[in-house]
Structure formats: structure tokens, C-alpha cells
Design a protein around this ligand. Structure first.
Ligand code: THU
Length: 133
């Protein structure tokens, strides 16, 4: 079934939620706070922030804590995603987090990026996934 694209009001709601999450980030090492927010296919709004660690490699990206909230609030799939830096500008999710988002994408999931709205296939073409196992 073809779903209609995400409207500007919903993008604004996601941005506001991402900024609120970003403000809670723990990023004393990089000083690069990130907030992520998503709308699920059943209409929930979830968010997350990056949580760094003195052992740098243990750092959790904002998307990781957001996916934790996805499951803590009932699971499901993502319909739209937005992540921001400290200035509130959209940033691209890192490669690892594109893989994370890909696992939990709903049909026609849309991502806000610095260059506008993109599909998961556009930001992670030919993704490895459950179909490979
Ligand atoms: N970061 C995220 O939270 N998500 C991304 O997609 C990119 C990077 C965080 C990790 C680290 O705390 C900081 O940004 C600098 O890399």
C-alpha cells in the first residue's frame, strides 16, 4: 500500500523532539551533542541522545538510545526519522546507525537529511539485512 509522504508539521514535531533529546546528551569528550527522533508506523514519537564514555569506543550514538526507546515502548517499525546537532541542523546518521535504522525501518520510511528528505534505500543502498541470513 502506498503511504503519503510526511507533512511539514510532522517534520517540525520531529525536529522539536530531536532538539529536546539533544539537550540531554552526555557528550563531554567530543562536545558534539546529537538528538534523534522518530515517528513509528503506529504513531508513537520516540527519541534519544548520544551518551559518551571515557572509553571512547563505548559511546552510544543518539540512534542507539532511540532504538532502545522503540522497544521499551512496545517495538514496531519506523515511519520517519530526524537527527540534529547542537545547532538544531539535520545531520546524516553515521554508517553504523544507518544499518541500525535499516533493521527497524517501516515501509517507505523517510529520513530528514541536510539535503532534504531521503529514503532508506537512498542512504544505505543494497543494505545487508535479515534477508541475507
Ligand atoms: N553521533 C551520534 O550520536 N549519531 C550519529 O549518527 C553520528 C555521531 C555522536 C557520537 C559521538 O558522541 C558524537 O556524535 C561525535 O562523533
Amino acid at each position: 500500500m502506498e503511504s503519503t509522504s510526511i507533512d511539514p508539521t510532522t517534520w517540525e514535531t520531529l525536529k522539536v523532539a530531536a532538539v529536546a533529546a539533544m539537550e540531554k546528551a552526555y557528550a563531554p569528550y567530543s562536545n558534539f551533542k546529537v538528538g534523534a527522533a522518530a515517528l513509528t508506523t503506529d504513531g508513537r514519537l520516540i527519541s534519544g541522545c548520544n551518551v559518551e564514555n571515557a572509553a571512547y569506543g563505548v559511546t552510544l550514538c543518539a540512534e542507539c538510545s532511540m532504538i532502545g526507546e522503540l522497544f521499551a515502548t512496545g517495538g514496531g517499525k519506523l515511519r520517519a526519522f530526524y537527527c540534529v546537532d547542537a545547532s538544531g541542523s539535520a545531520i546524516m546518521p553515521c554508517g553504523r546507525c544507518r544499518q541500525l535504522l535499516s533493521e527497524h525501518r517501516g515501509e517507505n520510511m523517510e529520513l530528514m537529511t541536510p539535503r532534504g528528505v531521503r529514503s532508506m534505500d537512498q542512504v544505505l543502498p543494497d543494505a545487508f539485512g535479515p534477508h541475507n541470513l
